[in-house]
Design a protein. Sequence first.
Length: 276
Amino acid sequence: MRTLRHVALALAFTAATTATAAACGDGSGPRGTPPGSALSGSWSVRSLTVDGRTLTGPAAARMTVEPAREGHAGQATGNYGCNGFTAALAFDTSSTVTVTPGSSTEMACEDMAFETAFGKLFRGRLTIERGSAEEVTLKAPGGNAIALTSKPRTPDAPLVATAWTVNSLVDGAGAASVPAGAEGAARFTVGADGSASGSLGCNRFNAPATVEGDSLIFGPLTTTRMACEGPAGDLERTLTELFGSGPLRWKVNGDALDLTADTGKGLTATAASAVE
């Protein structure tokens, strides 16, 4: 004859088994947490990783994700950086999603390299890796990735009236830090009065400066006359050649500035402070 104690134990075992199955049986995490919740919300695209290269996302690159709910498939709407897009989302588990691109606009945009790379990456089966409450990475099978952040984007610093500190030198597809021992030595500011001034790494300089669209043109440089050797001298010679090479294409993203010549040589610099 079954006692009340036996009945209670049986009911408890059944309840525990049911709860475990609901939480773990579909791979979706704790009960009440639908697949896709880790990706739900609005995100800025911080960067793309493509074949080992990092492409920084423009301020407009973003997406909003709505996970699937009863009667509705999951979907993403957003912007590749210039063109808008939609995509259908199927969350296979709490850590994987299959993206099927939908519609998109077809405007000719300035940074088509980023737009094209983003469009190629945001499709197919992606793994969702949650770094923190504010950071998520979507990884493709080949190792390429989309880094998302819910943090507010840093407003782009103005090219003019900002003190820029040179932190790396670019040569084609490669980039290297400034020579060891010369970190922070090269700084410059483009003034609103059509001039530029700063330090080349050792000597100070002044020059006319003209901004035309996305081009920055330095006129002849006037410098102090100190003899500069070692890392600071090497950096100075590189920057003197770059600034005198003709129009430089400039691009600001947040507090980072890229200056690139037609030859592929250039620099990256970081905004230090606004000039009053």
